[in-house]
Design a protein around this ligand. Structure first.
Ligand code: ADP
Ligand code: MG
Length: 253
């Protein structure tokens, strides 16, 4: 939940998806998706494998083109801005299941790369910031370590630090802990929860329901490319939900 007030301006829609349709060939993967993410809030997105969760995040990050509908970010229509995807991705960072770190770069260099290349931040400044961010994700002593010498949980925290290095307005996480051994899941979720509590606007695909209860302001359940349920977290877990949602929750809780 958001701990900080937003200057009395009231809730603001940072990401707004309306009437989104996406197909791969004849396969309709997303159908008439509406979703709103307010500034400073965390939305957790769940659903069975193949329901379209990753595709929806990828559309928001302009990694996929869409056939129909609208995606606005901070008031700007971005769905047709694939030519400017790099600019949009400064503001909407994405964290992947498999970390996707550059293997030939140390942890600090992974974090420094985009600020230096994209924003022209001087090396020393980028390095100082990388050290700060490694502290924030609780691996301050790993700056010079290469990905293969890090545990999965440490690699994912470097990936989160790398996302933060661009000072994004939102972070999209696609099953960030599902490739991790159980004992490492917690350390990654703790970092995500801290960011969420500090007011980082987040969309999280995860089946870690204890995290969802603590971090999410809003829950979305998708099935077969459709949004089945979209409601406040308390309502989702403790209130009335549809039979399909309940069935899915019973499977994973
Ligand atoms: P989820 O993340 O919920 O498991 P995905 O968004 O990855 O679901 O996939 C939704 C559907 O789209 C699945 O049927 C998947 O096979 C299909 N799909 C995903 N990416 C592609 C692609 N690049 N080409 C063809 N089909 C795809
Ligand atoms: Mg997926």
């Amino acid at each position: 939940m958001t701990a900080e007030l937003q200057g009395g301006a009231g809730p603001k829609e940072l990401i707004r998806v309306r009437g989104l349709h996406k197909s791969f060939g004849s396969l309709k993967v997303l159908q008439d998706i509406d979703m709103t993410v307010e500034t400073g809030k965390t939305v957790v997105l769940i659903g069975p494998s193949g329901s379209g969760k990753s595709t929806l995040l990828r559309c928001m990050n302009l990694l996929e083109t869409i056939e129909q509908g609208s995606i606005t970010f901070d008031g700007q229509e971005i769905a047709n801005l694939t030519q400017q995807a790099h600019r949009i991705r400064r503001d909407i960072a994405m964290v992947f299941q498999n970390f996707e770190l550059f293997k030939h770069l140390s942890a600090a260099e992974n974090i420094m790369l985009a600020p230096m290349k994209v924003k022209g931040v001087p090396r020393l400044e980028a390095h100082d910031r990388a050290l700060e961010l490694l502290e924030k994700v609780k691996i301050p002593d790993k700056a010079d370590t290469y990905p293969e010498q890090l545990s999965g949980g440490q690699q994912q925290r470097v990936a989160i630090a790398r996302a933060l290095a661009m000072d994004p307005k939102a972070i999209l996480y696609d099953e960030p802990t599902s490739a991790l051994d159980p004992e490492m899941i917690r350390e990654v979720l703790d970092v995500m929860l801290e960011l969420s509590n500090a007011g980082m606007t987040s969309v999280v695909v995860t089946h870690e329901m204890s995290f969802a209860r603590r971090a999410a302001d809003h829950m979305v359940f998708m099935d077969k490319g459709l949004i089945v349920e979209s409601c406040a977290t308390d309502q989702f877990f403790d209130g009335e939900v549809s039979a399909r949602t309940k069935q899915f929750l019973d499977q994973i809780l």
